[in-house]
Design a protein around this ligand. Structure first.
Ligand SMILES: C[S@@+](CC[C@H](N)C(=O)[O-])C[C@H]1O[C@@H](n2cnc3c(N)ncnc32)[C@H](O)[C@@H]1O
Length: 243
């Protein structure tokens, strides 16, 4: 990426994350210059993230490459359409967005998806702690950790068809099927983890409502089991060009 970008070695990286720990890790493990990071939620607090980028990053006309990697795009609370719309409105003509998404392989099925192993989810202590911490954050309460957690939360999988984000129309656009992991407690529905696996072509069409596809590559990093593969899109804002 460094070689491909104008500016080459003088690149700087600005991590954005809602987790202080992840923000710190991203900043300390990266070998670009990191002048600052943005601790914020790019879904719930998008205006804050946007304002910070506009004030502190767009003051320089140099092109920015926004990245959403590790299928973070498939793990959004407010849906993909909302984030793509906001990003395309914010980005300038010279900027690009790199999306790395999990794509269903030929043998993909809801039950065979390695990430859909809900029973296995509660087996390991690190996972249990991770779930308990997530619930704590959301509720500001203290759920029990370890063996008590299985009683405390009810876990169920169910399939859903809104992987493109937002209602009936996107259901038709994407025609996709992914999995949805819901963790519920009492009468409160807590969605802790929701991971989409996308269909390549419908996803490309969906994305092109917001962005021009500058380049794409499918089946990156194939794991050979035919379940889940990676795909990448390099995108340029449609809104920026029509402004
Ligand atoms: C799947 S990880 C991706 C990690 C890394 N990009 C990679 O490819 O290895 C998702 C990261 O995005 C962060 N994240 C998820 N939703 C977010 C949001 N709405 N606002 C800010 N950060 C978010 C998570 O805390 C986590 O660090």
């Amino acid at each position: 990426m460094r070689d491909a970008l104008p500016g080459g070695k003088s690149l700087s990286y600005i991590p954005v994350d809602l987790s202080e720990g992840m923000l710190y890790m991203a900043a300390s493990e990266c070998d670009y210059r990191v002048a600052f990071g943005i601790l914020g939620d790019f879904e719930d607090s998008f205006p804050f993230v946007r304002r910070t980028i506009e004030q502190r990053v767009f003051s320089n006309p140099k092109a920015c490459l926004f990245t959403l990697l590790g299928n973070t795009f498939g793990n959004l609370d407010k849906g993909q359409a909302s984030l793509l719309e906001r990003l395309s409105l914010m980005m300038r003509a010279q900027d690009r967005l790199l999306l790395d998404v999990a794509v269903k392989g030929p043998k993909w099925s809801l039950t065979a998806d390695p990430g859909g192993d809900v029973a296995g989810l509660l087996k390991s202590q690190p996972r249990r702690t991770w779930i308990a911490n997530g619930i704590r954050r959301m509720l500001g309460e203290s759920p029990p950790e370890g063996s008590g957690l299985r009683k405390w939360v009810k876990i169920e999988t169910r399939s859903f068809n809104d992987a493109a984000g937002g209602g009936q129309s996107s259901l038709e656009v994407l025609g996709s099927h992914a999995f949805d992991l819901m963790i519920t407690r009492d009468t409160k529905d807590l969605r802790l983890l929701r991971v989409c696996r996308f269909e390549w072509e419908p996803l490309g069409k969906f994305i092109s409502n917001f962005f021009d596809v500058v380049g794409c590559e499918r089946d990156v990093d194939v794991t050979d089991d035919g379940m889940v593969r990676s795909g990448a899109f390099l995108l340029s804002s449609r809104k920026a060009h029509s402004r």
